[in-house]
Design a protein around this ligand. Structure first.
Ligand SMILES: [Fe+2]
Ligand SMILES: [Fe+2]
Length: 565
């Protein structure tokens, strides 16, 4: 039996699993730990004194990052008069009152209080200092204070960073790891204008009895950076939770205020522009074949706390939301890309999503044909330059790709021909100086090395040729009965293909951070983005604060963005 087959048919016993094995289990079967019922709950959340002290403070961009920043936070209990005081160099501070958004966790019954203050009419490219407080802030004598910088207007150099799959530093939570704290500190060291957090934020759904507590540990860890610069997230499969809204994403949506997309699916996908780059954040659960949200493996049901009023969740239940927007997200994407392609102020289009269209991870999830079918043709048509993902906890960079080869994959079990829509590398996109012209093809980056306890830096190899090989999910993998009576499992990827599109894979560690520096160039010349990937060598064994350069990528094209008048 090969490793691939072991991944596809994981054992159901939990007690003998190592942490790495646990992830494999979680990746294949979602909420594997759900076999433990939540029968120990008293039925009500523990009583708290009315503590409105701000915590989990984080920034996001508004619709226009040059002028609007959102300050969001939570507090242990309901805050009284929650507000931000925006310092002004010439005059009295501006007081901005926050809106409250709450939800009650559908598994343990805890109510979560969050606050969101929209700072508008800011000046582009300027630093602002702010305070967060409330009348019942226990730190009201010395409230939390930090500063941020607004985005530039028009072509200007700037830096952003990115990774996904962060988890928390509290190792009692499933998939959390001390590396998560180092990862946040690494972002601060690089001092980006903002950070892209590519889904699987904290894995709360693998800790069903304690989801709000996991979110709080995540939020307080991230605050070390996210209070100083926007952290822009996209939803991953581990943000999908039982009994928290129709898509399972209410915990995520309550905590984040993100740019409006003009649809009923506010906060799940959005766009924003910084300088000459358009950033598009997508919710790939809408198009992927994988069933990887919350899942009860059994044999026991998942029993929500009595206070929630929710019935037991039976073994074999999973939240599968493929197609949830009825095509609305893809229509929005096409409209957004079409407008960007003809906008002379936009030189670069960068897409962020969680799951992967091009991943050759051996022990992770692999590539999903759903993204290839739904979105890669649009990326080709409108010239997306970079796609930044997570999901597989490793680093992989593709060649520029455009179009696809049909009927070149094979079924993982039978060997029969399968159409995996194998992306085609564009060799001509590599210039003589080693840089890439992304007008000819889109480069995909897997940046899943935030800080989980489960690095996945082992990659597929075609045993016959020694060349890279990828697992591809080409059909849904809903739960099926497992060997243990009353238990369920989900199969992994069903197909294999030669990963002719894979350019670089980090086999040394599954941890790292990507740092992007955009050079707008000058009128009549070229513009470029330099990506440096710093990996945390040795972190697979012992957490480390040391990040060193592993890979450099330069993409370039003629600038078309007009100078700002
Ligand atoms: Fe993940
Ligand atoms: Fe994931």
């Amino acid at each position: 039996m090969t490793d691939d087959r072991r991944f596809e048919h994981p054992a159901t016993a939990q007690s003998s699993l190592s942490r790495r094995d646990f992830f494999k289990e979680a990746g294949a079967t979602g909420l594997a730990g759900a076999a433990v019922p939540l029968t120990t709950f008293s039925g009500t959340a523990p009583a708290r004194r009315a503590d409105g002290t701000p915590e989990q403070i984080h920034l996001t961009w508004g619709e226009d990052p040059a002028t609007t920043v959102i300050v969001s936070w939570a507090s242990p209990a309901q805050a009284v008069n929650p507000r931000v005081s925006l310092q002004h160099p010439s005059g009295a501070p501006r007081i901005v009152h926050a809106l409250q958004r709450c939800y009650t966790d559908g598994l343990n019954g805890q109510t979560v209080f969050t606050y969101h203050a929209r700072l508008e009419h800011l000046t582009p490219g300027r630093r602002y200092r702010y305070c967060v407080t409330a009348d019942n802030d226990s730190n009201h004598q010395e409230p939390f204070t930090a500063s941020f910088q607004t985005a530039p207007r028009g072509p200007a150099p700037f830096r952003w960073t990115s990774y996904g799959d962060l988890a928390t530093p509290v190792t009692s939570w499933a998939l959390s790891s001390p590396q998560s704290r180092h990862a946040v500190a690494a972002v601060e060291r690089f001092q980006p204008l903002f950070h892209l957090l590519n889904g699987d934020l904290c894995y709360a759904n693998l800790n069903p009895a304690s989801q709000p507590a996991v979110w709080a540990d995540f939020g307080n860890n991230v605050q070390l950076s996210a209070a100083n610069r926007p952290w822009m997230p996209c939803p991953g499969n581990h943000e999908i939770e039982f009994n928290n809204g129709p898509l399972g994403l209410d915990a995520y949506r309550t905590r984040y205020t993100l740019p409006h997309n003009g649809t009923a699916f506010q906060g799940l996908w959005y766009r924003f522009q910084v300088g000459s780059a358009l950033f598009i954040s997508l919710s790939a659960d809408d198009v992927i074949y994988q069933d990887s949200g919350a899942f009860v493996a059994g044999p026991l049901p998942l029993q929500p706390a009595p206070s929630t009023g929710h019935p037991p969740i039976e073994p074999g239940t999973s939240i599968y939301i493929r197609g949830y927007s009825g095509g609305e997200q893809t229509r929005w994407l096409e409209q957004t890309l079409s407008a960007a392609a003809s906008d002379p102020g936009i030189d670069w289009i960068i897409v962020q999503m969680h799951q992967d269209a091009l991943s050759s991870s051996k022990n992770g999830n692999g590539s999903d044909k759903g993204i290839r079918e739904s979105w890669l043709p649009l990326f080709d048509r409108y010239g997306v330059d970079l796609v930044l993902c997570g999901h597989d906890h490793d680093y992989e960079r593709s060649w520029p790709v455009r179009g696809c080869n049909h009927d070149v994959g094979r079924d993982a079990d039978s060997g029969a021909t399968v159409d995996t829509c194998q992306p085609q590398p564009v060799l001509a996109a590599e210039l003589a100086n080693g840089q890439f012209d992304t007008r000819l093809g889109t480069i995909h980056l897997i940046l899943g090395g935030g800080g989980t306890s489960a690095p996945l830096d082992t990659f597929g190899v075609n045993a016959a040729t020694g060349l890279p090989q990828a697992k591809v999910i080409t059909r849904s993998n809903r739960p099926v009965p497992a060997a243990v009576p009353g238990s369920f499992t989900k199969h992994g990827a069903d197909a294999l293909e030669d990963a002719i599109w894979s350019a670089r894979r980090d086999t040394e560690t599954g941890y790292g951070v990507a740092v992007f520096d955009l050079d707008p160039g000058v009128a009549g010349g070229n513009t470029s983005i330099t990506m440096r990937y710093y990996h945390a060598a040795g972190a697979d064994r012992v957490a480390t604060s040391s990040y060193e350069l592993f890979d450099t990528l330069v993409v370039t094209k003629p600038r078309r963005a007009a100078p700002q008048p």
